[in-house]
Design a protein around this ligand. Structure first.
Ligand code: PA5
Length: 409
């Protein structure tokens, strides 16, 4: 059965133009798969993540799951967004730790509440930073280490897990000195493409999720999308379509969701597309909306406002739960499906380009497929736009500025 179904009248009407990009797509595909392009370690990762590596991170994840009741994932950007997306979208397969997230903001109020909440748990930390020098992560880690030292004494280091660069960075040095259990991040995989590495797999195992199913789904996508043939590769068709949208002057893409639990997946998508594509004054701004709530607020703009956008709606094909109120012939799922269909129709009537992606089911395997689908589509979309999908000079400039400012103080 197909994991993901794509439906788009807007793409069908542009079919001929889409096919004119065949040669460009083949060129980019060959570069992505050629093995010479930097930061493409994620391309064949789902198939190649080797047995030993997976085994050791699953062992550590299960150790956390059995020994503790809470795990604080400390990280920002690509170091936590994917984990949070999976954590909120999926249902764990077995009892696991509760995940908390720190370092993605610098609010004293937020972190004070978090510490109070931790008092009620047996806590462990998972600090994630590829560079090992990100200020937000470092500051939150310092705060949480302090808490752990006070609560558990010198032994606290046994409760700390670090995911970072295999050789360099302040976090690597500290981890070695303190004896934290560490996991190496592949140097050839950037933060926003790293959810299927220890970055996501370690905390998700600890939280009771089936990470092998996540990888299995991604491997299915890797196989299905490993062709430059546009008639067989929906990720590439969608990437070409996005480029056409950009050329037609559409500067915003609304990712809309009918399942509220998928909204954090939207946050992961925002980073993936904005940080990969927003360069050289190019790129489409990714925005996230949830249905039905936003149909009763920004819905007005979407219907009659400035037509600078197109929409990519992500819905579910199969619902495992349905609810029916007494006296109603149909359950909730019929209603949610009708909302999606109404939106699809109304956008098409108005001439607003909309693509509907239906995920057959919401479980680890299907989400793994969706993650890989978007990673592949995003990389192709950037390359067709002639921007580097894997660097983030703008983010690095902000990091440098913050570091300079803090050292002045
Ligand atoms: O995708 C990226 O490269 C960034 O968003 C990083 O993930 C983010 O800035 C955090 O960096 P680091 O993992 O080095 O702490």
């Amino acid at each position: 059965m197909n994991q993901l179904l794509l439906r788009s009248k807007a793409m069908e009407t542009r079919e001929e133009t889409i096919l004119t990009r065949r040669e460009a797509v083949t060129g980019c595909h060959d570069r992505l798969h050629g093995g010479d392009m930097d930061m493409t370690g994620w391309v064949d990762l789902p198939e190649t993540l080797n047995g030993e590596e997976l085994k050791s991170l699953k062992n550590a994840g299960n150790e956390i799951r059995h020994r503790h009741s809470a795990l604080v994932v400390i990280g920002v950007g690509g170091s936590y967004l994917g984990t949070r997306a999976c954590y909120e979208a999926l249902t764990p397969q077995s009892q696991g730790v509760k995940l908390f997230f720190a370092g993605w903001n610098l609010s004293g109020r937020y972190h004070e509440k978090l510490l109070r909440e931790l008092d009620r748990h047996d806590a462990a930390l998972c600090v994630v930073s590829k560079s090992g020098t990100t200020i937000e992560t470092t500051l939150a880690f310092d705060l949480l280490k302090d808490y752990m030292k006070k609560r558990y004494g010198r032994d606290f280091a046994r409760r700390v897990y670090a995911v970072t660069d295999p050789k360099k960075g302040a976090l690597r040095e500290e981890a070695e000195k303190m004896g934290y259990q560490t996991f190496a991040l592949d140097e050839n995989i950037g933060g926003r493409y790293s959810v299927l590495t220890a970055v996501g797999l370690l905390p998700l195992t600890a939280a009771g999720y089936d990470v092998e199913a996540l990888l299995r789904g991604a491997a299915k996508a890797e196989n299905a999308l490993n062709t430059a043939d546009l008639s067989k590769n929906d990720a590439y068709r969608y990437a070409v379509f996005r480029n056409l949208m950009f050329e037609e002057g559409k500067s915003i893409e609304f990712f809309s969701f009918t399942e509220p639990e998928m909204i954090r997946f939207g946050d992961w998508l925002k980073q993936l597309f904005a940080e990969s594509e927003g360069k050289d004054s190019k790129g489409i701004y990714p925005s996230v909306i949830g249905y039905s709530t936003d149909l009763h607020s920004v819905g007005q703009f979407l219907e009659e406002g400035n037509p600078v956008f197109f929409e990519t709606m992500i819905t579910l094909g199969h619902h495992t739960i349905d609810l029916t109120a007494d006296g109603h012939e149909h359950g909730y799922n019929r209603h949610i499906d009708s909302v999606a269909e109404a939106v699809y129709r109304v956008r098409n009537e108005k001439g607003t380009p909309i693509t509907r992606l239906t995920l057959t089911s919401l479980d680890e395997e299907h989400l793994g497929y969706l993650i890989y689908f978007f990673e592949k589509a995003c990389a192709m979309s950037c390359m067709l736009m002639n921007v580097n999908p894997f660097d983030q000079p703008g983010v690095e400039a902000y990091k440098r500025e913050l570091r300079a400012l803090l050292s002045e103080e």
